[in-house]
Design a binder for this molecule. Structure first.
Ligand code: MSP
Length: 511
């Protein structure tokens, strides 16, 4: 039986259209899901939409559309975004689905039965934009004197009956879990932030609201709806079949990785494990917080209105270059400013020049000088052996990087090999060998074809379409493209399709 691997994106609020920040999280998860499939895992990749709460209710009211109709509409735009970005998810969850309402009600009942929930009254600040409660001490004062959340979101004073979750009682258990599981939160700097937040003391968390209706009713007290974050976080167990722990899908729980943005790490690394500990459910294995894409230095967000449309970027630059750029340009845990110029530079230098030209030069020499057939492997020089060894080391190197979500470093390993191969081809000059030593020319071209096969194979998760085309041109059978198959070379004499460029250079329109 294959080992399982369960990976999730955050579920997206349906208060506006998807933007590049959402595309980023989703593409990163898609790369990991594809990588794990390639590496022989039984993968379950989940994404979806977060449809309850005051923020969504307000967006629906502003659009003068009933909330369910509104969420149906916007949820579809997220599903479509996935399709356009080549996202191969296994499930798309919506928190308004019956399966989710049932799972949430059961989670609530378990928390209550175990004594972790009590009725009280909430008196304090709430930011609808963040769907979060804040203490007075956390607030900042704006230039105009208004109080704001530390995220810059407006806050309102809330006073209403509320159920509370005994988060304060979980502090020691959480700290013990972080201590015993050093990889639970990544990157390390974020882990330290979470630990010091928890060490600073936890207050009980308000987990129900009575001042609006758009949520999942609290079992046994329908005047309350559940706090949207309790509802939303539970999506990860709903999709694995909870509360039916005999469901086939339950084999995926606990999740291997929740990928989230740094703004929602606290919910995932503090509240979520606390709910699970309290309910007696296993904890996810790892939570990784990536940084933000900014536009002109400001966080891109629907609420601010400075968003970059993924669809437009795909139309202009192509899907694979966009997927590549997002994971290559900025280390995954860091923030980065989105720039079209940087995207075009990566596309032209690393994709069109480094990789595209290497493939085109090697394949067209084979087409012209080897009758379009894969040459046989000949005697190998030290140079040949070193080149191939570097290529064959890639799966192991990438496995280590991708298990730590260091996408940029993973890609740098591949480009190190590609750059070395470009020097190799210049040094060996197979075009000159054609006249002087045709047998050696064939050997060199075979080394290049083998090297490209490893390179294209490990890049499949990042750029599925272009790498499928490259592997076609290299004569690699579609069923032999998993990491475990790479040791088997393409048989000598295999007839290859005519080479065709995979990454056209991009010339930016004059504006
Ligand atoms: N609904 C919650 C998540 C619930 S998960 C149980 C939510 N939704 S969101 O639509 O606002 O954001 C979803 C994800 O997109 C978050 O991880 C957030 O960090 C990410 N991004 C939103 N804007 C972003 C950027 N500008 N840059 C990078 N990612 C950002 O939060």
């Amino acid at each position: 039986m294959k080992p399982t691997y369960y990976i999730t994106t955050p579920i997206f609020y349906v208060n506006g259209a998807p933007h590049i920040g959402h595309a980023y999280t989703t593409i990163a998860c898609d790369v990991l899901a594809r990588w794990k499939r390639l590496d022989g895992f039984d993968v379950f990749f989940l994404t979806g939409t977060d449809e309850h709460g005051q923020k969504v209710e307000k967006a629906a009211a502003d659009a003068a559309v009933p909330p369910q109709e509104f969420t149906d509409r916007i949820s579809t735009t997220f599903r479509d975004m996935g399709r356009r970005l080549g996202i191969a998810s296994d499930d798309f969850i919506r928190t308004t689905e019956a399966r989710h309402k049932r799972a949430c009600a059961e989670l609530w009942r378990r928390l209550e039965a175990a004594g972790h929930i009590y009725l009280g009254s909430y008196d304090g600040w709430y930011a609808v934009r963040d769907e979060a409660f804040y203490d007075e001490g956390e607030l900042v004062t704006a230039a105009d004197g208004r109080k704001l959340a530390p995220t810059g979101a407006p806050v309102e004073w809330v006073r209403e009956p509320s159920y509370f979750f005994r988060l304060s009682a979980m502090q020691e258990r959480l700290l013990a879990h972080y201590e015993a599981n050093p990889d639970f939160i990544g990157p390390a700097s974020r882990r330290n932030e979470v630990i010091s937040f928890v060490r600073g003391g936890l207050r009980d968390l308000s987990v129900s609201r009575t001042s609006f209706r758009w949520g999942i009713p609290v079992p046994g007290d329908e005047a309350h709806v559940m706090y949207v974050w309790l509802d939303a976080l539970a999506n990860y167990i709903t999709a694995a079949g909870f509360p039916d722990e005999n469901a086939a899908k339950w084999r995926y729980w606990p999740a291997d990785l929740h990928v989230v943005g740094k703004d929602i790490l606290r919910f995932h690394a503090v509240y979520w494990p606390a709910f699970l500990l309290a309910a007696g459910i296993e904890l996810p294995k790892r939570i990784y917080a990536h940084g933000w894409w900014t536009a002109g230095g400001e966080k891109m967000s629907k609420s601010i209105g400075n968003v970059m449309d993924p669809e437009d970027l795909v139309a202009t630059y192509g899907l694979d270059p966009l997927r590549f750029f997002l994971l290559r340009e900025v280390p995954f845990g860091n923030d980065g400013d989105f720039s079209r110029r940087a995207l075009v530079a990566r596309l032209n230098t690393e994709l069109a020049n480094d990789l595209g030209n290497l493939a085109q030069r090697s394949l067209s020499l084979i087409a012209r000088n080897c009758e379009g057939r894969m040459p046989a492997a000949g005697a190998r020089t030290e140079d040949d052996t070193a080149m191939l060894a570097a290529a064959e080391a890639l799966p192991g190197l990438l496995r280590a990087h991708l298990d730590r979500q260091t996408f940029g470093e993973a890609l740098e390993e591949v480009w190190r090999v590609i750059r070395a191969a470009n020097s190799y081809i210049d040094r060996q000059a197979p075009w000159a060998l054609r006249k002087t030593d045709p047998a050696r020319m064939a050997d060199v071209l075979r080394v290049l074809a083998d090297l490209l096969r490893w390179v294209a194979a490990v890049l499949q998760p990042f750029m599925p379409d272009s790498m499928a085309r490259l592997l076609d041109q290299l004569g690699v059978a579609p069923e032999l493209r998993n990491l475990a198959d790479l040791a088997a070379p393409v048989p000598a004499g295999t007839s290859l399709p005519a080479p065709a460029g995979i990454f056209p250079r991009h010339v930016e329109d004059a504006v």
